[in-house]
Design a protein around this ligand. Structure first.
Ligand code: 13P
Ligand code: SF4
Length: 329
């Protein structure tokens, strides 16, 4: 396939207006034996055409076990990269290569390598929101679903560096009683939620429960009734008796929450600036039906990785999957 068709990170080819995109994508998917994996933060219409929608841990578990020939990943770059590392012989596609992650960007390889070299007796636990190069420098990967359990599984006398999310790292330190050395990184979406405006919402809706992703800052986590990964938040809204939830994570998750429990109310937590769509991850929202259709049709853009780097990064991800399986996560 002609790679030059990919301009500015995605394929812009015109699509006949008469084509029903969701139907056409599902047809192509069957013809090509492709599987579509989508994260909860992408647009609702994309979650609807996916074979599997989930959080980072579940998506990596799916990527590791699929027997499809093509994995079309509707999520951000590090997620597609993780899928490629776990399934190196499969074609892994990402509809828009510009779908990065501010948290992964907050941890450049050179600086992180220098940072960890200052702590030779520490092991490195890295959040999955990192590039393959950071994963290759790490001993164990974790996600927001298993961070607490993975860290708790490490012998108590073993010193640990945790990167790149300082908010998640700080939360895990509190939960496990550890004193991990933290890299100073954060996600621009979760870092922006306004405690003051969340508390005002709580005042206006006294029966509402505040639920938050552990990438949020400590003051937000401290007032939250429940803290968890995207799938844990989704589960909580389904099982808890509350009828209203103030949701401190990216807005895409509301699609699945409303779908699973339409009788409940979900209030997106606001940021400081009333005019900004602070709870939108602009990277996740880059994908749309047209890009997904073209991506599957032309099987581009494709994620490719240096084999040696991929092998090094794989070790730390497999360690995570192994511990997760052992702990039944
Ligand atoms: P989850 O693993 O909880 O889905 O989180 C991924 C993410 O990027 C959060 O910002
Ligand atoms: Fe990265 Fe934040 Fe977007 Fe999650 S919400 S993908 S951490 S930028």
């Amino acid at each position: 396939m002609n790679r030059e068709i990919v301009k500015n990170g995605y394929i812009e080819e015109k699509i006949d207006k008469s084509i029903n995109l969701p139907e056409a994508i599902i047809k192509l998917k069957k013809e090509k034996n492709a599987v579509i994996l989508a994260h909860y933060y992408v647009k609702g219409e994309l979650q609807e055409i996916a074979d599997f929608t989930g959080d980072s841990l579940a998506l990596s578990q799916q990527a590791a076990k699929t027997d499809a020939d093509i994995i079309l990943f509707i999520g951000v770059h590090f997620m597609a990269e993780t899928a490629k590392i776990l399934s190196p012989n499969k074609k892994v596609l990402l509809p828009d290569l510009n779908a990065g992650c501010s948290l992964a960007d907050s941890c450049p390889e050179k600086d992180f390598a220098e940072f960890i070299s200052n702590y030779p007796d520490h092991i490195v636990v890295s959040y999955v929101n990192t590039t393959a190069k950071i994963k290759a420098l790490s001993d164990i990967i974790c996600t927001s679903s298993n961070a607490k359990q993975i860290v708790a599984d490490i012998p108590e006398n073993q010193k640990i560096i945790f990167g790149p999310d300082k908010n998640l790292g700080d939360y895990v330190n509190k939960q496990t009683g550890r004193n991990m050395v933290l890299w100073d990184g954060a996600c621009h979406v979760h870092h922006e939620f306004s405690l003051e405006r969340i508390l005002q919402l709580k005042k206006d809706n006294p029966h509402a429960k505040i639920i938050a992703h552990p990438e949020c800052q400590k003051p937000v986590l401290m007032v939250a009734d429940f803290v968890g990964s995207t799938s844990a938040l989704l589960k909580f809204t389904g099982t808890d008796e509350a009828k209203t939830f103030i949701v401190a994570t990216e807005s895409g998750i509301l699609h699945q929450m409303k779908k699973d429990n339409p009788d409940k109310e979900y209030i997106p937590a606001p940021g400081d600036d009333p005019d900004c769509a602070c709870n939108d991850c602009e990277y996740m929202k880059l994908h749309d039906l047209k890009k997904v259709y073209n991506c599957l049709k032309y099987e581009l853009p494709e994620i490719n990785l240096d084999k040696e780097l991929s092998k090094k990064a794989e070790k730390s991800i497999l360690k995570m999957l192994e511990i997760s399986e052992k702990l039944g996560l």
